[in-house]
Structures are given as C-alpha cells and as structure tokens.
Design a binder for this molecule. Sequence first.
Ligand SMILES: [Zn+2]
Length: 250
Amino acid sequence: MLAFQDRRGSVEVAFTDRFGGVSTGPYAELSLKVPAHVAARTAEHTRLTAEVAANLDLVAAAVARDAFDGLRGIVVMHQVHGATVVVDPGVGEPECDGVVADEPGWLLAARAADCVPVMVADPVRGLVAAAHAGRQGLVAGVVPNAVAALRERGATELVAWIGPHACGRCYEVPAAMRASVAEVVPAAFSETSWGTPAVDLGAGVRAQLVEAGAEVVEFTPCTIEDERFYSFRREGEESGRHAGLVWVRP
Ligand SMILES: [Zn+2]
C-alpha cells in the first residue's frame, strides 16, 4: 500500500503502490482514481467510484494511523495537466494540478500513472503542497507555482519529495516534442535506452525544485518498468492511479 513513507517534523509524506485495496481486473488492487475513459452514470463508473472511495479511505487510515481523528479530509484534485494551484482546500475536487494546505489535518493527494507526483513542505511552518506534473505541467510550471504559493504563505525552508514516474530512459516522445520541452526546461532533455528522443520528467521537476531553493528527496522507481506501480504507457487507458500524499499531522 505505502511503498514509501517519510517524516519531517509534523509533515508526513507517502507514495502508494498498487497493492492492498479493493480494485479488481486491470485496476487491481489500489487504484485511487476512476479513469477518464469510463463514462459517467454507467454501472462500471458507479462500481469504480465506490472502489476508489474505499481505497482512498484505506490509504488515509494507513497514513493517519493513530491521528485518524484529526484527519479533516483527503483532498484529491480534478487534474487537467495545467499549472493552476489552489490554496485552502475545502470539500470537493478542485480543477487544478497543485493544492496547498496551511493548516494541519488535510491529506493532500496527487494522483498519477507515469506523471510525477510531487510533494513540497515547510515542516517548520506546517505548510504543504501536492502537485501533479506530467510533460504539460512541467512546461507550464505547476511545480514552481506550488512553491510560489507556499512562499506567499510564509514558507522558507522547503523540502520536496519526487515520487514514482516514467523515467527518462523509457519516456519516449517525438523529437519535436522533446525540443519544445527542453526549450523551457533544459534538464528534461533525454534519450531512451534504445536511442530515441525522450523526456526526463523527474530531472525536469528536480531542476525546477532546486532552482526554487528546495531540498529534494527522491523515491523514483520507473512506473513503466516497475509493475508495483500503475503505468499509462504500459497498461493503456485501463490503468489505475497511485498517488503521492502529504499532510501536517494534527
Ligand atoms: Zn524507465
């Protein structure tokens, strides 16, 4: 369930894998998002929605443990590959790719299957952010935007965690796409292990975080190679989603 856990002060971070939940079939076992291709108001959508809700509860319980009573809610985003960052999550599922909480108890989640889940925190001031950075989000700057939102709230000492994603030796793209990404984020320029153009999402995110002054912690198995994780490239549209999670423990 939790493939990685870390703690700095009252800030806790986790990255999930695909094990230990109730999902079945291609989504087995711990998918945390209903895939976009499943039409709303169908029996399959209803079933997957219930499974995802159950899985999110299991993950929240695993992260919160004895502080479960202090859990105000698990915050998931309606991710759109953009650069919008929402501060102060309430109920609902904001359309954004970054979310910031400035009080304890909100468990922030960024869901992915090849894209990069990124958690950022100022453990001293109790500020946390979760971001989802794929190729488009990397170029659009969702990670720098999340850092800026934290700094606007008074963050100074930042730690960031980069989670599982498609690695720069696997994430093949057309040459023109690599060029356009590298024009904005030079560190993302890469080549596959078989010698074709690629984008290194993790290297790009890392460069943005270092530029923004954050200490970077990496837990970065390749989702395409490591079958503990979901991968859109490997599994197609019937791929589930794992997540990165961060909160300030109440
Ligand atoms: Zn790889």
